[in-house]
Design a protein. Structure first.
Length: 249
């Protein structure tokens, strides 16, 4: 693995914990907590679809979210929001943001799908490659998050490789939770000093843990051996930092 060298994306965040306005184009509408900033690990992940949401689920499949947005079907889209998300944003605000975001966009191509811990996260990129869309669905198929994001590339570093080659610091099969060259697939990308960071986890049956999600020991990656990514000499060791308990603290 070649390690690359290390602009803040304009963002507005609306969720149940905070409201931060820094720019104009990007909007994150969220009503759920989450492991590694995006995919929740709570008991809700064990739920199955209930009859109360069956009619809504028949409205459109997750893959159709981008088309629903492009077609301006805001009422149909808003009906799919879960209640906490509806409590944070009105249908009128959704329509206003959607109209602004879709200006100049002809198509949105699906970029990635991640199904983890009972949640389904999908991303799309505009035909010009300058805008992105994220949608996340809970186990009942309700929308818990929609993010529209300006995509600003960094070609001056994206195309540069380091002098040295590094091996992955572990053995076995691991899952890239965050990693890539845009903020849709890698939230680190907007911060220059960590632009090419990767977050790795281990999964089994689309879950990163088993049991209590607040315990470190519940996660499949916890306690695994970490290997040196290259030859070298150890010059110092820090071994007095306690693990975060509970998880997320």
């Amino acid at each position: 693995m070649n390690k690359k060298p290390e602009k803040i994306i304009h963002k507005v965040i609306l969720n149940t914990r905070t409201a931060l306005a820094v720019g104009s184009l990007s909007l994150l509408m969220a009503a759920c907590g989450g492991e590694n900033a995006d995919v929740p690990t709570t008991e809700k992940a064990e739920q199955t679809t209930n009859p109360a949401t069956a009619a809504i689920l028949s409205g459109f499949a997750p893959d159709e979210l981008s088309k629903i947005l492009l077609d301006g079907k805001y009422k149909e889209l808003y009906a799919r929001f879960n209640q906490p998300l509806k409590d944070e944003i009105s249908e009128a605000e959704l329509a206003e943001t959607g109209k602004e975001f879709t200006k100049g966009i002809h198509t949105l191509e699906k970029a990635s799908t991640m199904q983890l811990n009972g949640f389904d996260r999908r991303t799309w990129v505009s035909d010009a490659g300058n805008k992105g869309l994220v949608g996340m669905f809970d186990p009942d198929g309700m929308i818990t998050l929609i993010q529209v994001q300006e995509l600003i590339p960094s070609p001056e570093t994206d195309n540069v490789l380091s002098k040295h080659e590094y091996a992955l610091p572990f053995e076995g099969d691991w899952y890239v939770f965050w990693g890539g060259e845009n903020v849709l697939v890698n939230y680190h990308y907007e911060l220059e000093i960590q632009r090419y960071a990767y977050d790795f986890i281990q999964t089994k049956d689309n879950y990163s843990y088993k049991g209590d999600p607040l315990r470190n020991e519940s996660y499949y990656a916890f306690g695994k051996n970490i290997l040196a990514p290259a030859d070298g000499t150890v010059v110092s060791v820090v071994n007095d930092i306690k693990d975060n308990e509970p998880v997320g603290s």
